[in-house]
Design a protein around this ligand. Structure first.
Ligand code: F6R
Length: 366
C-alpha cells in the first residue's frame, strides 16, 4: 500500500505533482482567462456585500490560511483575518452577514474547525470550506465546498494536503478577483499559466533530493533550528518549522526575518542551523541583510532561492533552488524541500515518521 516507499509521508510527498494536477483539473479555463468552480453557487450579487473574509483552520491548514490571506488581499483586495479555530470559537468574533468565512481542513473532521464554522454560521456569515474529504462533517456543514482532490493522506504529517490547499485557495482568490474585477485579465492569465506549470516544477524538485538528504544527515542532530523569511516566505517558514518539530522532534521556530533583532537574534550562536527563504523579489534585499545578520553570529545558513539567483550563494553555506515561478506560486514549491528536510531528519534520528508521538491524524476532540 506504500507503493514501494518506506513511509506514507515520502509517498505522499512524491504524489504532489499528481495531486496538484488533480486539484486544478477542470478548473482552469481553456483560454486561461478565468477559474471555473462549477460547484460554487454564489452570484456576483451574493458576494457584492462581502467586506471581510475570515480564514479559520488548525495546524498545517492554518498555515495554508496565512498564505491564503496574501492571495485574497493582494489579488481580490478584500481584508482578511486568519485565525486558529480554537481561538476564533471562544473570542466572540466580529462576524456578520457581510463576512465570508473560509475554513480549511484536510480531514473535514477537526472538532475546533467544525465548531468555528458553526459559530460563524450562527452569526450570519456566508461559509465555504476547502477540504479533502468528500462528505466530511465540515463539507456537510459549510454553505459551499471546494474539494482539494489530493487523494487520501495517511501520514500524520500533512504534505500533499497543504500544497493542494494552497492551489485551491489561490484559484479561489483568482475566482473572487474575477467576480470583483480587481485583476486585469492579463494578470489572471499569467497566474493561470503559472499554475499549469506547477506539477512539472514540483516533479523537478523531487528529482534531486540528495543534497537535502545530506543536509538532514549533517544537521539532523541539532538542538534548535530557525526558519526565517519575509512575506510569503515567512508563511512557508511557519510550515517548515512545524514539519520539522512534529516528525523529527527538533525544536524549530519560524520568524519573520525582520523580527529577528527584536529578540530572537539572541539565540543565534555559532553553528545554529538557520533555513533562510529568499524567494520573494519585493523583499529580497531586506532578507539578504537579515541573512548577513545571522551569518555574523556564525549561524550555518541554508538559503532557499529561485533558480537563476546568483547572489544568495555568496552569503549562505548551502543553497537549494526553486524553479522560477510567479511570486504568488512560490510557496507551493518552496515547501517541498522543507518537507523533505523534515522527513530525512526524522529518518536520520530514527523517528516513527508516519506516526509521530502524541499526535493523531484527525483531531476530533477538543
Ligand atoms: C500537521 C498536521 C496538523 C493538521 C491539523 C488540522 O502536519 O497534519 O497540524 O494540519 O490537525 O487538520 P485538518 O486539516 O484535518 O483539519
Amino acid at each position: 500500500e506504500k507503493g514501494g516507499y518506506e513511509h506514507f509521508m515520502i509517498k505522499e510527498i512524491y504524489e504532489q505533482p499528481k495531486a496538484i494536477r488533480e486539484t486544478m483539473s477542470g478548473r482552469l479555463a481553456k483560454d486561461d482567462s478565468s477559474i471555473i468552480f462549477d460547484e460554487l453557487k454564489w452570484t456576483k450579487d451574493d458576494l457584492a456585500n462581502i467586506n471581510k473574509i475570515f480564514i479559520i483552520a488548525c495546524g498545517t491548514a492554518y498555515h495554508a490560511g496565512i498564505v491564503g490571506k496574501y492571495y485574497l488581499e493582494q489579488l481580490a483586495r478584500v481584508p482578511v483575518e486568519v485565525d486558529i479555530a480554537s481561538e476564533f470559537r471562544y473570542r466572540s468574533p466580529l462576524v456578520d452577514e457581510n463576512t465570508l468565512t473560509l475554513v480549511i481542513s484536510q480531514s473535514g473532521e477537526t472538532s475546533d474547525t467544525l465548531a468555528a464554522l458553526k459559530e460563524a454560521k450562527r452569526l450570519g456569515a456566508r461559509t465555504i470550506a476547502i477540504t479533502n474529504v468528500v462528505g466530511s462533517s465540515i463539507a456537510r456543514e459549510a454553505d459551499q465546498v471546494i474539494y482539494t482532490w489530493a487523494g487520501p493522506e495517511i501520514a500524520v504529517a500533512s504534505t500533499k494536503a497543504y500544497t493542494t490547499q494552497l492551489v485551491s485557495v489561490c484559484m479561489f482568490a483568482i475566482y473572487i478577483a474575477g467576480m470583483r474585477g480587481t485583476l486585469p485579465v492579463e494578470t489572471i492569465k499569467t497566474l493561470i499559466r503559472g499554475l499549469r506549470e506547477l506539477p512539472a516544477q514540483a516533479h523537478e524538485l523531487l528529482e534531486d533530493v540528495e543534497p537535502i538528504k545530506t543536509f538532514a544527515q549533517q544537521y539532523g542532530f541539532a538542538e534548535d533550528v530557525f526558519f526565517i523569511g519575509r512575506s510569503l516566505d515567512y508563511a512557508v517558514a511557519l510550515e517548515g518549522a512545524l514539519k520539522l518539530k512534529e516528525i523529527s522532534y527538533i525544536h524549530a521556530e519560524a520568524y519573520a526575518a525582520g523580527e529577528l533583532k527584536h529578540g530572537t537574534l539572541a539565540l543565534i550562536v555559532d553553528g545554529v542551523p538557520v533555513i533562510a527563504l529568499a524567494t520573494q523579489h519585493d523583499v529580497y534585499e531586506k532578507t539578504l541583510s537579515n541573512i548577513k545578520e545571522v551569518k555574523a553570529r556564525d549561524a550555518v545558513v541554508i538559503g532557499i532561492g529561485l533558480k537563476g539567483d546568483k547572489q544568495l550563494v555568496k552569503y549562505v553555506d548551502h543553497t537549494i533552488y526553486i524553479p522560477a515561478t510567479e511570486k504568488y506560486l512560490t510557496p507551493i514549491l518552496t515547501v517541498i524541500p522543507l518537507q523533505l528536510l523534515a522527513y530525512y531528519a526524522a529518518v536520520t534520528r530514527g523517528c516513527d515518521v508516519d506516526k509521530p508521538r502524541n499526535l493523531a491524524k484527525s483531531v476530533t476532540v477538543e
